[in-house]
Ligand binder design. Structure first.
Ligand code: ADP
Length: 487
């Protein structure tokens, strides 16, 4: 399998709302480096058209939309950062909008997401079957998350279709739409069945991908097991377990992009460092810059600083952090830097916490890539108490930057962080602090363990060194995908 069409709804650095964009980009780059002809295809959102130059038209086509035909164009651009051409699906009325890929400026999902990604799937099917005259027929279509779930289903109806692989980056987004969308998209009537696309009275795009793809993967081995259980399976555990028992579901850990996240070459931090050179001094300079960025007291440079970066949603355990911080302020010297956007009540609670503890808690509400790099470089500990975490990227960045992660033992967090038990510290295997269950007392306890280790510089530096020496680059994961494509 050489010609891989890579269908995804976001791709770094062109358009990103979260880890999916990073994963899609990292995998594209690494698979191309292995000699595969990987061609990403994404919707032509306004932000994408603004970010890319030299865009050429490949084809024009008409697709059956909801209640009316839609004019679509397939465009091609070169994305220099990815060293790859990228195909864009343009349907002006659906994708040329301000806001992010899934939500309008008011923070609500676009009312017509079902039609938007339903038609994206139809156009991708035309591209995959080479019916747009590109002279490039995909041998395999690799789809990602619910936005692309209809593609394996639509391809299953074709004669001699490419093989399909569906990767679940987050099972909790089921891509649910009403029955009316099913009818308006003109899907085969016999697919409205609980053993097909129907899911408790709704159409589920995610279920379509899981059911129809030749193979299914998810982004860590532990998450692949967890989603087969009722408590984590969002009602799809039966189907997932069935695919797993037939050898058609496996977990392949995501990698991280070491050209973007590398303390030795990071252009977004004031002082570069590596495990070999200037680690202790380097981190201290970055910590000073981070404190300065928040106009915090320079004296805090000797205080353990705990960071958080992420979407402010329940999944990330932000409520546990909000509960734990006042307790930590009362019982330790730790200070906190948090950056994120998300649900309004969490944003308000974080702002209040910063106002309540202006000397010890620093908050930025917003999406800020360079601040994220500075936090990874300048903090001592990194908080990631996610209730579930398919893979997670920030803990990998934290390991690489020597910022010891404090994580809930779930999914990809469990697969990548080794707890600093005395035995594992002595064995030079420990890389962070793992706690369970996902509740405030366990988080507080793990943080205290972190602070205790921080008081023992030699042990701290041993753990930090082990963390920084871990290799979570895309190389190994890309090879695992190549192997799967071969099969
Ligand atoms: P998820 O995909 O569930 O959001 P991940 O840990 O896999 O979580 O990836 C999150 C990515 O998005 C990381 O690259 C992280 O640095 C970035 N990120 C999330 N929120 C912010 C923010 N407010 N500012 C900067 N980067 C952010």
């Amino acid at each position: 399998m050489k010609r891989i069409l890579f269908a995804v709804s976001e791709l770094y650095p062109v358009i990103k709302t979260g880890g999916l964009a990073d994963a899609a980009a990292g995998l594209t780059r690494s698979l191309r480096a292995l000699g595969l002809d990987v061609l990403p295809v994404i919707p032509a959102y306004t932000a994408v058209l603004d970010a890319l130059t030299e865009i050429e038209e490949v084809a024009r086509l008409q697709v059956a939309g909801c209640l009316r035909p839609r004019q679509a164009r397939v465009l091609r651009a070169v994305c220099a950062d990815l060293d790859s051409p990228v195909l864009l699906v343009e349907i002006e009325d659906l994708f040329a909008r301000a806001g992010n890929p899934y939500q309008g400026p008011d923070g609500h999902d676009w009312w017509d997401n079902g039609e938007r990604f339903g038609l994206f799937a139809k156009v991708v099917t035309e591209i995959a079957m080479d019916r747009i005259g590109m002279g490039w027929k995909a041998q395999l279509v690799h789809c990602h998350d619910w936005q692309t779930g209809l593609i394996p289903a639509l391809l299953s109806r074709e004669t001699r279709p490419p093989r399909t692989l569906f990767t679940i980056h987050n099972l909790s987004y089921l891509g649910l739409f009403p029955r009316s969308l099913f009818d308006q998209l003109g899907l085969p009537a016999d697919w409205w069945h609980y053993e097909k696309l129907e899911f408790y009275g709704y159409l589920s795009f995610l279920k379509a991908g899981i059911l129809f793809a030749d193979q299914v993967t998810t982004v860590s081995p532990s998450y692949a097991e967890e989603i087969c259980r009722p408590e984590n399976g969002y009602g799809l555990h039966g189907l997932l377990e069935q695919r797993r028992s037939q050898g058609q579901l496996q977990g392949i850990l995501n990698g991280m992009d070491t050209s973007v996240w590398n303390p030795e070459s990071d252009s977004l931090i004031p002082c570069r460092y590596s495990v070999k050179r200037g680690r202790v001094a380097g981190k201290k300079h970055n910590k000073e810059a981070l404190l300065e960025r928040f106009a915090a007291s320079a004296e805090l440079v000797d205080t353990p600083l705990c960071g958080f970066i992420g979407r402010l949603v329940e999944q990330k355990g932000i409520d546990l952090i909000l509960d734990a911080i006042p307790q930590m302020i009362a019982s330790s010297k730790a200070a906190f830097v948090l950056v994120g956007t998300g649900m309004a009540h969490y944003e308000a609670a974080l702002r209040k916490l910063a106002a309540d503890f202006p000397q010890r808690v620093f908050v930025h509400i917003g999406y800020d890539e360079s601040l994220a790099h500075l936090i990874e470089a300048g903090c001592d500990l990194f908080l990631m108490p996610s209730r579930f975490e398919p893979c997670g990227l920030n803990q990998l960045y934290s390991l690489a930057y020597g910022t010891l992660p404090v994580v809930h033992g779930t999914g990809g967090l469990k697969d990548t962080v080794v707890d600093a038990t005395p035995a594992q510290v002595s064995a030079k295997e420990a890389t962070g602090f793992v706690f369970t269950p996902a509740d405030t007392p366990s988080l507080v306890h793990a943080l205290h363990r972190g602070l205790a280790l921080y008081q023992r510089p030699r042990s701290w530096q041993t753990v930090q060194k082990t963390a920084m020496e871990q290799d979570f680059s895309w190389g190994g994961s890309a090879k695992a995908y190549r192997e799967l494509y071969r099969r």
